[in-house]
Design a protein around this ligand. Structure first.
Ligand SMILES: Cc1cc2nc3c(=O)[nH]c(=O)nc-3n(C[C@H](O)[C@H](O)[C@H](O)COP(=O)(O)OP(=O)(O)OC[C@H]3O[C@@H](n4cnc5c(N)ncnc54)[C@H](O)[C@@H]3O)c2cc1C
Length: 417
């Protein structure tokens, strides 16, 4: 089949980057559909109680603001320096953006992309050949009733994020013994411990596993919970050695982030609080007694086996991209991060840098052997948690330089803030 003259752009995911990409495409006059399996900003809404550590000015674009103000001139916007919660970001920016005139009719709700393939061509045919682009990309779309349909597009931007796919608790990142059977009872995301999940955590014994900012948030919230509910107890287990689980960024310009790191590290080193910290600890087995009936957890430290009986297990051990949906395309993936190879290679060269200092990639680095298929947003960083929204906005700008063939095109620079 020949490509149509006006390419159809399919965007997977109405998260912050999918919406921004759709806006950019619509502004350029493209025919765009954004497929979303949940709500607009589904993942941001799920962690909506968490405060973003980057200020609002870094999390919104000139194009996005202009589209919202065109719709409602008096729409209230946070100040550029405000650090707001995910929920506030959703209602101040993502929700009005999704409802703006330019995106009218672009959103396909209740539409999960199950697979993307190249119509009439198998994965191993025309290897690395740009001629594959002569056939459209075929998307298998499923709604909540399980009804399926096929839609075609010339260009696909996969902005589906990673938040819905957790990693595992066990040694080396594999599942611990019994973890898969207990999966439904374990919390892998950032629960609203001080809000709608308070009853589930008040006065409970909780095992938290992980040494990133998500674990720091969970432990800090549980410690706050313990002030009102002194029976609460937290075991905090991390794989790494050392008494300071959260690595601070020297002279951190993001004050919210540093405040969280300091608070969590203090909780780990204090001996008089309700947090018992265990460094150098690996989870061996998790046995659930049934939903809300507690767990028996076995962990290993050098020369020692520990058993904990806990009410809840929170596994803040990171996320991983869903690469099954594009299995039939020619995507070159990084074997370490599962991100697209060229983006991953650029990131590997900058290992150890704070995410704020990580340089974005060049437009060509967004390409894959599969023509016209691009992975953008947090999914482009694979298993790395270093992604920032401002990087995603640069990717949106750059991918349209490639799509339009205009290397100087920059709608963000051309739109007054
Ligand atoms: C707790 C937390 C705090 C963060 N704080 C910051 C911060 O302060 N500053 C910052 O710059 N970044 C921050 N980030 C990182 C990043 O900016 C966010 O993860 C952001 O949400 C990424 O946007 P995205 O559009 O790439 O993906 P997502 O927000 O994950 O959106 C993906 C969308 O795709 C949909 N989807 C998934 N699969 C499918 C499918 N098969 N079919 C259809 N739809 C699908 C999902 O439902 C979702 O709506 C934070 C991340 C987390 C988890």
């Amino acid at each position: 089949m020949q490509k149509t003259d006006s390419p159809r752009i399919a965007i997977i995911g109405a998260g912050p980057i999918g919406l921004e990409a759709a806006l950019y495409a619509r502004k350029l006059g493209y025919n765009v559909t954004v497929y979303e399996r949940g709500r607009v900003g589904e993942h941001v809404q799920r962690w909506g109680h968490v405060r973003l550590f980057s200020p609002f000015g870094m999390n919104a674009t000139s194009l996005g603001r202009a589209a919202i103000f065109a719709q409602k001139a008096r729409q209230a916007m946070p100040a550029p320096t405000d650090c707001i919660t995910g929920r506030e970001h959703f209602s101040a920016y993502l929700e009005p953006l999704a409802g703006c005139e330019l995106l009218k009719g672009a959103l396909a709700a209740d539409s999960m992309i199950v697979s993307i393939s190249r119509q009439g061509l198998l994965k191993h045919e025309m290897v690395g050949d740009s001629g594959r682009a002569q056939r459209p990309l075929r998307l298998l779309v499923r709604d909540k009733q399980g009804r399926e349909r096929v839609e075609l597009a010339e260009i696909v931007l996969d902005c589906s994020g990673t938040y819905a796919r957790h990693r595992w608790l066990g040694d080396g990142g594999g599942p611990a013994i019994g973890e898969m059977a207990s999966e439904a009872s374990i919390s892998y995301q950032l629960e609203d411990i001080l809000g709608d999940k308070a009853n589930a955590y008040a006065g409970k014994t909780v095992l938290v596993v992980g040494s990133g900012y998500s674990a720091a948030t969970t432990v800090s919230n549980l410690a706050e919970m313990a002030i009102k509910h002194p029976a609460s107890w937290v075991y905090w287990a991390v794989r790494t050695a050392g008494s300071q689980p959260i690595q601070r960024v020297a002279n951190d310009p993001l004050r919210e982030r540093d405040r969280l790191a300091v608070k969590a590290n203090n909780l780990a080193t204090r001996t008089d609080g309700n947090v018992e910290f265990h460094a150098g600890t690996v989870i061996e087995a998790v046995e659930s007694a049934g939903q809300d009936k507690g767990f028996k957890v076995t962990a290993r430290k050098p020369g020692k086996t520990i058993t904990w009986n806990v009410d809840r297990v929170v596994a803040n051990v990171g996320f991983s991209p869903d690469n099954t949906m594009y299995r039939e395309l020619q995507v070159h993936e990084c074997y370490a991060s599962l991100g697209p190879m060229k983006v991953a290679a650029g990131l590997t060269k900058q290992t150890g840098r704070d995410c704020l200092q990580v340089a974005g990639c060049r437009p060509e680095e967004l390409t894959n052997p599969e023509p016209d298929f691009y992975i953008l947003g947090s999914k482009s960083y694979g298993r790395s948690s270093q992604f920032l929204l401002k990087v995603g906005f640069d990717q949106v700008r750059d991918v349209f330089k490639l799509i339009t063939g205009k290397p100087r095109l920059d709608l963000y620079a051309d739109t007054p803030s």
